[in-house]
Design a protein around this ligand. Sequence first.
Ligand SMILES: Cc1cc2nc3c(=O)[nH]c(=O)nc-3n(C[C@H](O)[C@H](O)[C@H](O)COP(=O)(O)O)c2cc1C
Ligand SMILES: [Fe+2]
Ligand SMILES: [Fe+2]
Length: 399
Amino acid sequence: MYNVRKVTETVYWIGGSDRRLALFENIFPIQRGVSYNAYVVLDEKTVLLDTVDSSISKQFFENLQFVLQGRKLDYLIVNHMEPDHCALIEELILRYPDLKLIGNAKTFQMMKQFFAFDVDAHAQIIKEGDTFESGNHVFHFVMAPMVHWPEAMVTYEEKTKILFSADAFGTFGALNGNIFADEVDFEKDWLDDARRYYTNIVGKYGVQVQNVLKKAATLDIAMICPLHGPIWRENLSYILDKYHIWSSYEPEESAVMIAYASMYGNTENTVNVLATLLAEKGVKKIAVYDVSNTDVSELISEAFRCSHIVLAAPTYNGEIYPKMGNFLTDMQALNVQNRKIAVLENGTWAATSGKQMTEKVMALKNMTILSETVTVKSALKEEQYQTLEVLADKMIETM
Ligand SMILES: Cc1cc2nc3c(=O)[nH]c(=O)nc-3n(C[C@H](O)[C@H](O)[C@H](O)COP(=O)(O)O)c2cc1C
Ligand SMILES: [Fe+2]
Ligand SMILES: [Fe+2]
């Protein structure tokens, strides 16, 4: 049975959600599921913007059939050739043999790699600045290279002033009937997942995102329709501002994140003492994470949010404790930069993790190490309290 929603008089949301998938891209935990959005524009010609993941194909085709009311599908605009939105292209061709596919040259190259059908027989190649008219609607194509695939583009429709933004402005999380950001409490229930989605999937490509934001600023946008998560039709500046902050690697908040690793509890105890000191001195909303039981995608998301990051880890076979090493490697992969960092190490016979963590941090752009590494030799000692106090003051001074 269909579960379509009207976006405007002529535009319909025909997506669906997967609440069973444990790991998006087989790597990111998604306890709240994920939605795959697709949109139909009804005009003299019928136009579909992107398909969905194969996991929700049944729902998608029921929705599509309902919206078309017996008409055939004339055009499919492919914004981005990733299988979570392209899985059903071949099936659509089978159902609508006259279907024309609209995309850029690179998109069609990739389509030929993924599929065996005669792509050229259906392809209508567009490039930056081209338009396509379906009757009353005029679609403009804006290239968004490397956000986060090389051929990604976004589509702006002039009449409805909708920006079909592909993965940009997307988020993890199933849609629960409410498909508009103004129908949910976005800040409370969605922002953390939106940040985690952006920072882990697109985070590396801040420069490219800034370029698209500049192009978007020249358009009169009334609505943003992404491929995952809620649609924006009110207060667009809220999400645009977040994207400006995240893509420029500015901290979203003046806040402290403490990421620690600990086997026997001594490093953990040390960061607890530090957190208490910070709290006593007035720092609020301190976020402490055990890197061994926090998914690294959450750690990355928090690293993008917070201005100050404490990294605390034992030495392990002469190296950084592996789970912390993994976080640092991911920070580098996703271009985390421009943060204030404090390093705390532990070791029983030769503590080297501090030096190694510092090296990894210094390999990132525009990082400030706040003070000398705090070294714990097995367990925190009374006489080290003062050192932690100095560190806490230093952090507060720079907040
Ligand atoms: C497998 C293993 C390897 C370790 N390698 C080192 C090492 O190379 N250098 C060192 O000083 N301590 C090493 N340690 C000791 C821990 O770093 C040390 O006991 C530390 O105090 C543990 O902190 P925690 O109580 O927060 O887990 C190792 C411990 C284990 C279990
Ligand atoms: Fe994608
Ligand atoms: Fe996607």
